[in-house]
Design a protein. Structure first.
Lengths: 585, 559
């Protein structure tokens, strides 16, 4: 298989534009938050000169400190309140933007053509919607306010140093080249290392899921030692990378310590010189030294957040990449189906050019007819089912549903006209009622119960701990494969399309479950045009007509009796099946 | 029997060298950090105020020395702490994995695989993290001591004010922060929920597309996302309020220290430089106390995680192994007497060595329960299961599983190539034949690199029928004296199923095979079939005889 074609990632330019678009309706909020935070920081900076002023008062022999001390306390209260206000404004801004973006992302992701997702692997989409969103959320929640506050503090403190005396600023800036160089040095090494850490962490998680999820199989085949060793290897890799990470980080901080020392010494020396030259008071020199000492934490915090910010930017580009994909294009005047017939004419399809999966398939199904599709694995049954359901577009030929071509029907119209129940079962996490309402959001409880009853699932749903309100899906009440597939059929009944396609919907349930599901499928298909991909030939025998596919072509078509009598391919299949049933040797 | 306490203690003691070294070095670092404001004060006093250049140079040299010491001690403290943390987590991760995979089983009862994996990753990490934070708690204590000594040396009243004032101040911030903890708990839950809903919808995308439910799914996600946003904003406001309150409280405290210090300085009790140092130390002192609060939180988390790990390590085994060994090779005679387990009620069943037996159950649960007893994943409540005359509980589990292989209906494939999966502990010679007999060779032909194609985790890149054939090939390749297979071909088309049936009989010639299935194609090739109804054998004979003679059998197999 060729390289996976991952979903798109936005360019830096496009990402910035997307952020601006998200920002635009919130300009007032952004401006307000920034102003309040700048105010808070500026007020906070009054602390050092006030302390310096007290020092000057002491040095001057005064003993009335009430005013500057009260001012100090006032500064603390105002600063605290303004900070709280500013931070909550900024988080409203960031969180609101993130919520908008993730919602648009999910909307686009669910609207993507399946082909696109299968090419990229659904893991790509899942990791974007979970880990990338989490990375950005963490940044918005922790890094962004911290970074904003630190940068403001640094900028305003440097400004304040300059106000004390421009030479203090010059002294403090001696630290800057070391810091800039350190950050560049660090980022160059950190980004690939953190990427490797994420990969190793994912591989470990993956391996443990594989091993622990399959623990019964591991025990049955006595593979425990081998699987423990696999886990050990993955875990050791993750540990090694993590230790490399801490080595890098501590070297980063050592270099920042050097910058701190250089800056602090320079500011102290400048103070010494300025006081000696009579250009500054001891109080001013004290304030300058305190300013610089109070910069240690914000500078380290801001620099340490650089890689968080880079990671968030990368994640943002991956979200914007998908959120920017064009939505589905509906035809200008979508046509409505006139009946419930299906017509495929000269349909051919290939997933890889040159390897035809279907060739010249003609198939007509009249309204309310039930047709079984039969053939060995790889004959093209599933592909034909997907083409008729409008999930893939045929490479050649045309598909007409209800007398209207798929293009005139449009994506929304196609979805209303045809449903496909595949062998993939998924129970959506949440209550059972919520799961069912995905296919009919307005359905009442009574309608849900009627649909459950129709496919024979009502009795076990009523037996669940809290009936329709039982929470099912990953991590909650676990349904059997048969029950999960019955739910798929209930969703079909609720969606109520005129045409339904069942693809191996009974295959994984085991033989006892398969019988229950065959009955349920029959009930769910009543009143609909049905195309059933059959593995159990009893399903074929019960259909109005049987179509036999072989190597991508229709080789036989007719009623079960006709085909058995014809003695062709279907008759051979039926013999293999029924021999063992009706004329035992 | 491991308990949460013993797991946590073991994690710390196991890394005591690294934890101890890190504590020592981190203390040196904290002490160094505490000295920086003291030196600033000394420079002001002895150099800036007096204009003595040699004093300036002397103290700057001291400052350099302090920076070198604090920088290197931090560097090596962090490394040792991280090593202690990672290694402890690694050890626990392996302990949990080993326990889960232990032949005795018993850890999966009541736990989803995802939850077990979280224990092996997240919880192990949190217990290990205790090793990472302990050194810093020790260091915080050291920093506290250094500052206290420095403060008390400057001035006893001022030192007492700072030392006695700090704990109530931190207690106040803790009180302010309490509602925050609650809110951020709710917030984390909501956020995790929103992320879970999104992942769930994406993984069910094909199902959604099949019934055209994309719009309803988007609407559902939007609701969840808005709920999560509201919770996050509430928590963010609480957080901001908390931060603001801490800023205000510490600021007022510094103002108080300045007031007292200034008065002391004005009356000549302390110098200006000592005043500066005292204010700096008062600010610095907040850090150790914040570290204590943080370490406390981490240890509480670590303790909860250690409990979860201990509950896995201490899980009661599903079966207790015996010690008897089997004569090699095992003949493969199976004998069940009065077995009562789940829906089985006093089941008697004999399987002769080398027999190909079909088992049909009217109740699907009975099939699973019978196989559980055969593979000794569980012991029956009553009755006995024997292999070659030896009761299964007397046998060593490794011997037993080597002799009796139960291939479950939902057996998992693993990440790796198709061939790796089939080989899984089998002799290479058996593999090719097994691939043919299970029609997995046809599966390989459709894959880009044949049998060398790497399968996605748990074989998800294959269709259901393909997975079943590879799993069957693996079971056949293992070539055990007794093989029990459960519904191996439910997702395989009729033509292929017929071919597999014939091959199966061939490849298992002379070895005991129990086919639990209702597929007539498979049952037709068996020597004998038993029908289990009502928990015991209700009919017995060849497939042909039973089809003719037994109404229940016909219902179970032919409809």
């Amino acid at each position: 298989m060729s390289e996976r074609e991952l979903l798109p990632t936005a360019t830096g330019k496009r990402t910035r534009a997307a952020v601006r678009e998200l920002l635009r309706p919130r300009r007032a909020l952004a401006l307000g938050g920034l102003t309040v935070l700048i105010g808070a920081t500026a007020v906070g900076l009054l602390t050092a000169p006030l302390l310096g002023h007290i020092v000057d008062l002491v040095a001057g022999g005064s003993s009335s400190f009430t005013l500057p001390v009260l001012a100090l306390a006032g500064v603390a209260v105002v600063r605290g309140a303004a900070n709280a206000w500013g931070l909550s404004l900024i988080s409203r801004l960031g969180e609101g933007m993130l919520a908008d973006l993730r919602e648009r992302f999910v909307e686009r992701a669910l609207g993507l053509p399946l082909e696109r997702i299968e090419h990229a692997g659904s893991g790509d989409l899942t990791s974007r919607v979970t880990s990338d969103v989490a990375v950005i959320a963490k940044s918005v929640r922790e890094a962004l306010p911290e970074l904003g506050r630190s940068v403001l503090t640094i900028v305003l403190t440097l400004g304040a140093l300059a106000i004390l005396d421009w030479r203090f600023l010059l002294a403090a800036l001696l630290a800057a080249p070391i810091q800039l160089h350190t950050v560049r040095w660090y980022v160059r090494r950190a980004i690939p290392l953190y990427a490797a850490q994420r990969v190793a962490g994912g591989a470990l998680q993956h391996q443990l899921l594989d091993t622990v999820g399959g623990a019964r199989t591991v025990r049955a085949f006595r593979l425990s030692a081998e699987h423990v060793e696999r886990g050990r290897r993955r875990s050791q890799e993750a540990v090694d990378l993590s230790l490399r990470g801490i080595r890098l980080m501590t070297r980063f901080f050592s270099r920042l310590n050097l910058a701190e020392f250089v800056g602090l010494s320079a500011v102290l020396a400048a103070g010494f010189w300025l006081v000696g030259a009579g250009a500054a008071t001891i109080g001013v020199a004290t304030a300058a030294a305190l300013y610089f000492h109070s910069l240690f934490n914000p500078i380290n915090a801001a620099l340490a957040l650089v890689d968080d910010a880079l990671a968030a930017t990368a994640s943002l580009a991956r979200l914007v990449g998908v959120a920017d994909l064009p939505g589905e294009r509906e035809p200008e005047r979508p046509a409505a189906p006139v009946d419930s017939s299906v017509k495929a004419a000269a349909v051919g399809h290939a997933y890889v050019p040159g390897h035809d999966v279907l060739r010249d398939v003609d198939l007509e199904i009249s309204g309310a007819e039930r047709v079984a599709l039969v053939g060995a694995s790889g004959a093209g049954k599933t592909t034909l089912a997907k083409l008729i359901a409008g999930i893939h577009r045929p490479a050649r030929g045309s598909i007409v549903l209800g007398g209207v071509g798929l293009d005139e029907l449009g994506p929304a119209g196609t979805r209303r006209t045809v449903a496909l129940i595949s062998q993939e079962v998924h129970v959506f996490a949440g209550t059972l009622a919520d799961d069912l309402r995905l296919s009919s959001p307005e359905a009442t409880d009574a309608e849900l119960r009627a649909a459950l009853d129709r496919v024979g699932a009502l009795h076990w749903v009523d037996a669940l701990p809290t009936g329709l309100s039982t929470v099912v899906g990953e991590g909650a009440h676990r349904l059997t494969v048969t029950q999960a597939q019955q739910l798929a059929l209930v969703r079909l009944v609720l969606a109520d399309p005129p045409i339904a396609i069942l693809d191996e919907a009974t295959a994984e349930a085991g033989s006892a479950g398969a019988r229950v599901l065959e009955v349920a499928a029959g009930r769910a298909l009543e009143g609909r045009t049905g195309l059933v991909v059959a593995h159990r030939l009893t399903q074929a025998a019960a259909a109005d007509r049987v179509v036999v596919l072989d190597a991508g072509r229709v080789v036989e078509t007719g009623t079960h009796e006709e085909l058995v009598a014809r003695g062709g391919r279907y008759a051979t299949l039926w013999a293999a099946w029924s021999d063992t049933r009706h004329s035992p040797s | 029997m491991p308990t949460g306490r013993s797991v946590l203690r073991g994690a710390v003691v196991g890394q005591k060298r690294h934890v101890g070294g890190a504590s020592l070095l981190a203390s040196a670092h904290q002490g160094g950090e505490a000295l920086v404001p003291v030196i600033i004060g000394l420079v002001i006093d002895q150099a800036v105020t007096t204009g003595a250049a040699d004093a300036l140079l002397r103290w700057l040299a001291v400052l350099a020395a302090v920076f070198i010491a604090l920088s290197f001690s931090y560097r090596f403290a962090s490394r040792a702490a991280e090593r202690a943390s990672e290694q402890a987590a690694h050890r626990l991760r392996l302990d949990v994995t080993e326990r889960v995979l232990d032949p005795r089983g018993g850890t999966e009862a009541g736990r989803l695989p995802g939850a077990l994996v979280n224990i092996a990753t997240g919880d192990a990490k949190r217990v290990g993290a205790v090793n990472g934070v302990l050194p810093f708690a020790v260091a915080g204590l050291a920093g506290l001591l250094v500052s206290a000594v420095a403060l008390l040396r400057i001035s006893v009243p001022l030192g007492l004010l700072v030392l006695l004032g700090t704990p109530p101040l931190l207690w106040l911030t803790h009180v302010v922060g309490r509602p925050l903890e609650r809110r951020s708990g709710v917030e984390q839950e909501r956020v995790a929920h929103a992320s879970g809903v999104a992942a769930d919808l994406v993984s069910g995308l094909r199902v959604l597309k099949g019934i055209g439910a994309e719009a309803a799914a988007v609407a559902r996600y939007r609701r969840t996302s808005r709920d999560s946003l509201a919770a996050t904003l509430r928590a963010a406001r609480a957080h901001a309020g908390h931060d603001g309150a801490i800023l205000a409280l510490t600021g007022i405290f510094i103002a108080l220290v300045a007031l007292v210090g200034a008065n002391l300085a004005a009356s000549g009790d302390i110098t200006v430089g000592q005043l500066v140092a005292a204010v700096g130390l008062a600010q610095f002192l907040l850090t150790p106390f914040q570290i204590f609060a943080w370490v406390n939180g981490q240890i509480a988390q670590g303790r909860a995680s250690a409990e979860r790990i201990a509950s896995v390590l201490a899980a009661a085994p599903a079966v207790v192994p015996g010690s008897a060994t089997l004569p090699a090779p095992a003949a493969g005679r199976i004998r069940l007497r009065g077995v009562t387990h789940g829906s089985l009620r006093g089941l008697d069943l004999d399987v002769a060595a080398g027999e190909l037996l079909g088992v049909v159950t009217t109740d699907p649960a009975a099939a699973t329960q019978l196989l559980e007893c055969l593979g000794r994943e569980a012991d029956p409540a009553e009755g006995s299961v024997e292999l070659d005359g030896i009761p299964l509980p007397e046998l060593a589990l490794d011997d037993l599983r080597g002799a009796v292989l139960v291939a479950a209906h939902d057996a998992d494939l693993f990440e790796g190539s198709l061939l790796d999966n089939v080989v899984a502990g089998a002799a290479r010679a058996n593999v090719d034949r097994a691939l043919v007999a299970s029609a997995a060779d046809e599966v390989a032909e459709t894959l880009p690199q044949g049998t060398r194609t790497v399968l996605a985790e748990r074989g998800r890149s294959l269709s259901g029928g393909q997975r079943q054939r590879v799993a069957l090939a693996r079971a056949l390749a293992a070539n055990p004296p007794v093989l029990a297979v459960h519904d191996p071909t439910t997702a395989v088309d009729a033509v292929t199923e017929a071919r597999i049936a014939g091959e199966l009989r061939e490849i298992r010639q002379g070895r005991t095979t129990i086919l639990v299935t209702t597929s007539p194609a498979l049952l037709a090739v068996t020597d004998r079939v038993v029908l289990l109804g009502g928990g015991t054998v209700s009919a017995e004979g060849t497939h042909a005889e039973l089809v003719h003679a037994d109404e229940d059998y016909r219902t179970a197999v032919l409809t």
